[in-house]
Design a binder for this molecule. Structure first.
Ligand code: G6P
Length: 614
């Protein structure tokens, strides 16, 4: 949720760090800070501000004289508050009392209260309310001239999740980073090294990245890294080539990342299906699953674990596996899964769906399933992310970096992957080659379908602006459109702050219909599917309570038009994939409502892109 960037090399560290923090600002953004070691200085220069990176940059400019000279080492942080309000004092980096150690931290230290008490008893003076500050004091208490050893000794005493980077004025060419539960990536460039919590901050400098595993400690020097275990044993980690070019992390002429990412969908859907569809065989090839037909045929139950938007994609997955593979599938909120005593029988497989591959609850569900002996497949976007690595197999989305906090293109690609998996499992069971061919051809057509929805962006904007002042919304749907309704409501809540609820169209009668009146619009996901007629009936019921009705319907559908005040048309699409065009329309609708209300779309209040705490 927070972001870490550290730099050591020939470049000007403040510049590199600020640029990296900007790339991470989407993850957490209520305060930020840097600790820099200007060449020849005996003390670290620490600058921290509440608010966005721009505020930090301004403050750094005011201190220009202190950091204008050469400076080749530093660490920076952008924070999403957990312990303590988003103030400058609570912002990272945190210093030990003598200024000898500065640290930045992502995650939560669960035993911080006990550690703080112990350190205070020994005379340490704390300056913040954070859990993180104990790390600085603890590293200092363990320091005997070797920063790496001091960090190793300190992390042994920490409980909870962390990614940490530490620097000291006594070691002008060194950053020490450690990881347990919170990602740390190290970019190894030509004579320079960047330590970061997210590859986005690295790729403008180098595409050569080492991903730390839990328990790793890295000593990063300019152009070189040394990884050891907490017990000081050397560890070798593979160097991964990350081919995200910087252009794909920029807005590309769009006003917001979210809008750019919505418009990315035809490309993303082409990339996610590329090389994976085998029309002649009516089959799909997902080599990352590393399962042969026999192994797939043996799977008797699927558990889909995910959070947020990924959970709604997972719900669609459940329908796909049941409809096309005859495979029982449960979709579970990952946070629930980890605290129940889930039954995992032999031949149960888990699909962990996560854009970031770092969501704490989903990761915990993966670990629990692995512990119980299940086959776990990751469906992740971020290459090298923790879930992808720990699952060891799965399918990447290839959607490219998703920066806007509200997930858009990842959802469409998750649904496409789940449909391809349903074909793969289905073909080891009841799905015929002919039926598989039909599905594969429909999957190949997704980029065109997505582009056709985007062509109607102006109309969707006009409808959104008409309803932008409403205070409550309901979204309804049935079958595949039920998760689509839930996702539509979530998008609106996330970025426009309007109260919105997604409901099964038939469930509305069991309570929420009491809330409907002329001030409460209802968005009905009602493309041309077998249960459309029933949803049309439910729309009539809402209309009878005077709710304005906005239908998302197949183009030319007179029946839907008749019961609606406004219609957003989508192109014809087979039912099993229809959530994709419907949700794209909902994404544009939510975007334009939020824009009309002047909301900060890419960084909505209180939300973070990657939720790495429980
Ligand atoms: C956060 C994000 C959502 C996302 C959810 C799950 O809440 O704001 O957009 O759907 O986490 O994230 P994941 O990376 O696991 O898909």
């Amino acid at each position: 949720m927070c972001g870490i960037v550290g730099y050591v090399g020939p470049g000007h560290a403040p510049e590199v760090i600020i640029c990296g923090l900007r790339r991470l600002e989407y993850r957490g953004y209520d305060s930020a800070g840097v600790a820099l070691l200007p060449d020849g200085a005996q003390r670290l220069l620490v600058v921290k501000t509440a608010g966005k990176i721009a505020a930090l940059e301004k403050e750094l400019a005011l201190r220009a004289s202190a950091c204008a000279g050469r400076c080749h080492l530093g660490i920076g942080h952008t924070r999403w508050a957990t312990h303590g309000a988003p103030t400058a004092a609570n912002a990272h980096p945190h210093l030990s009392a003598n200024g000898r150690i500065a640290i930045v931290h992502n995650g939560i230290i669960e035993n911080y209260a006990a550690l703080r008490q112990r350190l205070e008893d020994r005379g340490a003076v704390f300056r913040s309310e954070t859990d993180s500050e104990v790390i600085a004091h603890l590293v200092d208490a363990c320091y005997e001239g070797d920063l790496r050893r001091a960090v190793a000794a300190a992390v042994e005493q920490l409980e909870g999740a962390f990614g940490i980077a530490a620097v000291s004025p006594r070691h002008p060419g060194l950053i020490v980073a450690a990881r347990r539960g919170s990602p740390v990536a190290v970019g190894v460039g030509d004579g320079e090294t960047i330590v970061a919590s997210d590859v986005c901050a690295v790729v403008s400098h180098t595409t050569r990245v080492v991903f730390l595993d839990d328990g790793d400690i890295v000593a990063a020097r300019a152009g070189a890294v040394d990884i050891t275990s907490a017990r000081n044993l050397p560890i070798s980690r593979e160097l991964t080539h990350v081919d995200w070019d910087v252009g794909r992390i920029a807005k590309g002429g769009f006003e917001h990342f979210m809008l750019k990412e919505i418009h990315d969908q035809p490309r993303a859907l082409a990339d996610v299906t590329r090389g994976r569809l085998l029309p002649a065989d009516g089959a799909t090839r997902l080599s990352g699953m590393r399962m042969d037909a026999r192994e797939m045929a043996r799977v008797s139950r699927l558990i889909i674990a995910a959070c947020g938007t990924s959970y709604y994609a997972g719900m669609i997955g459940k329908y796909l596996f049941e409809d096309f593979a005859g495979l029982p599938a449960d979709v579970q909120q990952a946070a629930e899964f980890r605290y129940r005593n889930p039954i995992i029988e032999r031949d149960t497989a888990m699909l962990a769906v996560s854009q970031s591959g770092e969501t704490a609850d989903t990761l915990a569900a993966v670990r629990e399933a692995l512990r119980k002996g299940a086959v776990v497949l990751g469906i992740c976007n971020v290459v090298g992310s923790t879930i992808a690595r720990e699952a060891g197999r799965g399918v990447y989305l290839h959607a490219g970096p998703e920066i806007g906090v509200a997930s858009t293109k990842a959802f469409s690609c998750q649904v496409a992957v789940l449909a391809m998996m349903a074909v793969a499992f289905g073909r080891t069971r009841r799905l015929s080659a002919e039926a598989g061919r039909h599905m594969v051809n429909a999957l190949a057509d997704l980029p065109r379908i997505a582009a056709a929805v985007l062509e109607r962006a102006d109309l969707i904007r006009a409808v959104a602006e008409k309803y932008a002042r409403a205070r409550d919304f309901f979204y309804i749907g049935r079958g595949y459109m039920y998760p689509a309704a839930l996702e539509g409501a979530l998008k609106l809540k996330e970025i426009s702050y309007i109260h919105a609820e997604g409901y099964h169209a038939a469930e509305l009668k069991h309570g929420p219909i009491a809330l409907l009146d002329s001030e409460v619009p209802v968005v009905a996901a009602v493309p041309d599917t077998p249960d459309k007629v029933k949803t049309l009936g439910n729309m009539q019921e809402c209309r009878a309570r005077k709710s304005p009705i906005i239908a998302i319907a197949t183009q030319g559908d007179a029946g839907a038009r008749e019961v609606s005040d406004d219609v957003i048309e989508i192109p014809p699409c087979p039912e099993f994939l229809s959530a994709i065009p419907v949700v794209i329309a909902e994404q544009l609708f939510a975007y334009h409502v939020a824009r009309a209300r002047g909301c900060p779309i890419d960084q909505p209040r209180n939300l973070a892109k990657s939720v790495t705490v429980e």
